[in-house]
Write a protein that binds this ligand. Sequence first.
Ligand SMILES: NC(=O)c1ccc[n+]([C@@H]2O[C@H](COP(=O)([O-])OP(=O)(O)OC[C@H]3O[C@@H](n4cnc5c(N)ncnc54)[C@H](OP(=O)(O)O)[C@@H]3O)[C@@H](O)[C@H]2O)c1
Length: 274
Amino acid sequence: MKKAKIGFIGGGNMAGSLIKGLIADSYPADDIWVSDPDESKLKAYRDQLGVNATIDNDELVNEVSVVVLAVKPQILKPVSMGIKEAVKKSAPLVVSIAAGIRSKDIANWLGGDVAIVRCMPNTPALVGSGATGLYANEQVSAEQNDQAESIMRSVGLIVWLDDEQLLDAVTAVSGSGPAYYFLMMEAMEKVAVEMGISQESARLLVQQTAFGAAKLAMEASDSPETLRVKVTSPGGTTERAISSFEGDDFRKIVRSALVAAQNRSAELSDELGG
Ligand SMILES: NC(=O)c1ccc[n+]([C@@H]2O[C@H](COP(=O)([O-])OP(=O)(O)OC[C@H]3O[C@@H](n4cnc5c(N)ncnc54)[C@H](OP(=O)(O)O)[C@@H]3O)[C@@H](O)[C@H]2O)c1
């Protein structure tokens, strides 16, 4: 089957990761377009990845059947309004990875009746291990669903949502989630150094422990709770640590943080949309 031509508006970090992911997935570079105001970035895309690159967003829209909006949320409105006429003419699938902007706002800026898939990726997409929540509006066809899915799958795992509001929860869980783990790693590393382990060894031990725990949780059939109980011998060191966490109300701390992120995501949608 002939692959759809995909165009990325905004050639920054996320677009770069997605384009590299698609090419690693055997997507023909010739079927990929990118637009950006920075000529030096465009040259690098052409020279290093062999994709088509232009400074003109309208030219890109005219060339492709899937347009990925990969600019910062703060400029999505003018960028969308700028390509409105071209989108009206070619009726592409529009995939937005901009955090917080609701599909109805994007549709309004693009002139109304547009097929839109809104995605919430996270930073591990930069190393091919992202987690992305996707929501499709009513205009998206089954074929377009597959197209959006295969783009985001090229940089990690995907989960479909049937209610757009859930993207605020996805933002709180996986969108912002990597930073929660970094905070935990930062805190563990600091204590390890205080306990006398060298900085270099502390970092390695903490990184490998985070990686190993995640790998084990993904490969084992047990739930995280069962895995935790299995490594917690009665009267042992892990039990002492877990009971210290529980005594400090760890679960409440996690709940408050995630609810705060979810609320902020909804607030940002109100601020940036409309
Ligand atoms: N990075 C992440 O982990 C992450 C996670 C989830 C969602 N997202 C979403 O992904 C989107 C992109 O994020 P990013 O981190 O990749 O941002 P980024 O690196 O700043 O990329 C955005 C690119 O768009 C370019 N641009 C600016 N104005 C443009 C225009 N009028 N037409 C075309 N391109 C234009 C920018 O050029 P200049 O630099 O010259 O302005 C920049 O190269 C954001 O909406 C963000 O919310 C990112």
